[in-house]
Design a protein around this ligand. Structure first.
Ligand code: HEM
Length: 467
């Protein structure tokens, strides 16, 4: 009897579609887009298919949007979270916070165990009133601007920032009072923009050409750290345990496994993580949803009918939020077209042959292109059409299980998912109940990428409804 030795799995044997005109040494570098890299990743997938690659100076970047391949890639037994370049660079701000921790860092498991109870559906009770107050401030702000164009992404950013500041660590950024953004917010946004811009740059270029920007970046990070450390110190002085926010939990709750508390520096990293991960993502979804609602008055009306049926008293009650099923479908459909975290990275846990066809060596990684996955042909022939009914329960049940992943996958999926839905549904319902939306007829949707996505330059007129 003869035995055959299995062929070794070698990255060099992997052949994937790629842009034409690949150059020696430089690879496909001419085809790199740094300012709209996710939309470019999507366009590449539309040309080259559900798996393709770009080679940048010898480094291979594999883009995947084929739902069948994602059955393997999204399986934590086979693949796991990878900190791709922009995320790894975020560690200069968020250190070993939940989002930027490596899988093996003990602080990830500890913080996850301590914080998970703060993100359950039941935990939303503790944040609901603060979310309502923030939505109320937005209504007041827009009521005073009747007949004017309002800068939608800027204002949804304000509301999401206030929500995370107050529910996270009892901090008011006074976004609706200030004429200029809070200095911490400006520093944070500059830091994120710097990280996104410099992600594919060379350290020497940063030290020379971008010397001033780099110095500003360091000053920004130091200032943000100092402010957060002062917030934590003040809470300690005042006595932790009196507030129902994330900071109290981080200061007082122990890891059920080890009995250990989070250390001081890690708490700062978690706060910065929540600020970065839980602010622009939610704000972007609100802004995209408002864009589509302004273009589809019939969808806005259907939502208002539901809101009138569910929201019967003066205040929207916490249990009523989950009953706004149609508004939730609007949120899901906005996240389908524009997943504000537009992709995630996964690395192979062992040598593997993906889809029985593509050899990947252990620790090689891919980028999951959500923008294209969410436009895959399995969604039907009209993927660009905004249609919340795609999320009717029967259609969700019949769907390929990997076709919709705006919150990532597995053990490193978004811990804030429930929080984000509660907040966004509450804010959209409050806006729709209070305002009619008028679109700017000259506006064409243009999507801006920082690390997240937002509708660039979107402005609407908000007229107070008389009922
Ligand atoms: C619609 C809004 C949001 C979207 C689209 C979103 C999306 C995501 C995605 C795709 C990931 C996985 C990233 C990866 O695999 O590398 C993630 C992780 C995470 N998100 Fe969100 N997110 C949203 C809102 C929030 C909010 C409101 C918070 C906090 C209040 C939050 C906190 C986090 C954290 C801490 C992680 C890391 C979890 C871990 O690795 O253990 N997110 N999010």
């Amino acid at each position: 009897m003869t035995t055959t030795t299995p062929r070794p799995i070698r990255a060099q044997d992997r052949e994937l579609p790629h842009p034409p005109y690949r150059l020696p040494v430089l690879g496909d570098v001419w085809d790199l887009h740094v300012t709209d890299s996710s939309q470019w990743g999507m366009r590449g997938a539309q040309k080259f298919g559900g798996i393709y690659e770009r080679n940048i100076f010898g480094a291979r970047v594999t883009y995947v949007s084929d739902p069948d391949l994602l059955r393997e890639i999204n399986d934590d037994e086979l693949w796991s979270k990878f900190l791709g370049v922009p995320i790894r660079d975020l560690r200069s701000v968020a250190g070993d916070g939940l989002f930027t921790a490596h899988n093996s860092e003990p602080n990830w498991a500890k913080a996850h165990a301590i914080l998970a109870p703060s993100f359950t559906a039941a935990a939303m009770k503790g944040y609901h009133a603060a979310m309502q107050r923030c939505a109320g401030e937005l209504v007041e702000h827009w009521t005073g601007r009747a007949g004017e164009w309002v800068d939608v992404p800027s204002d949804t950013n304000k509301v999401a920032l206030e929500v995370i500041g107050r529910t996270g660590f009892g901090y008011e950024f006074e976004s609706f009072i200030r004429t200029d953004p809070h200095p911490v917010v400006s520093a944070m946004l500059r830091a994120l923009t710097y990280i996104n811009r410099s992600a594919y740059s060379h350290p020497l270029i940063e030290r020379t050409v971008f010397r001033q920007q780099r110095a500003q970046h360091r000053a920004d990070v130091a200032m943000v750290n100092e402010t957060i450390d002062e917030v934590i110190a003040r809470r300690r002085r005042e006595g932790a345990g009196e507030h129902s926010d994330l900071l109290d939990r981080m200061l007082t709750a122990a890891d059920p496994e080890t009995g250990e508390l989070l250390d001081e520096k890690n708490i700062r990293h978690q706060i910065l993580t929540f600020l970065a991960a839980g602010h622009e993502t939610s704000a972007g979804v609100m802004a995209f949803a408002l864009h589509y609602l302004s273009r589809h008055p019939e969808i806005a009306e259907q939502a208002r009918t539901e809101i009138a049926q569910v929201w019967t008293g003066d205040e929207l009650e916490v249990e009523q939020v989950a009953k706004l099923r149609y508004v939730r479908r609007i949120v899901d459909e906005s996240l389908r077209l524009w997943p504000t975290a537009p992709g995630y990275f996964r690395k192979a846990r062992a040598n593997t042959i993906l889809g029985g066809q593509y050899p990947f060596e252990k620790n090689e990684w891919v980028f999951v292109v959500l923008l294209q996955l969410h436009r895959h042909e399995l969604w039907g022939g009209d993927p660009e059409t905004f249609n919340p009914d795609r999320f009717l329960p029967d259609r969700v049940r019949a769907r390929h299980p990997e076709l919709y992943r705006p919150f990532g996958v597995g053990m490193r999926a978004c811990i804030g998912r429930q929080f984000a839905y509660h907040e966004i549904v509450l804010v959209l319902a409050t806006i729709l109940r209070n305002f009619d939306l008028t679109a700017d007829p000259g506006y064409e949707l243009k999507v801006k990428e920082t690390i997240t996505l937002k509708p660039d330059g979107l402005r609407l007129k908000m007229s107070r409804r008389q009922d």
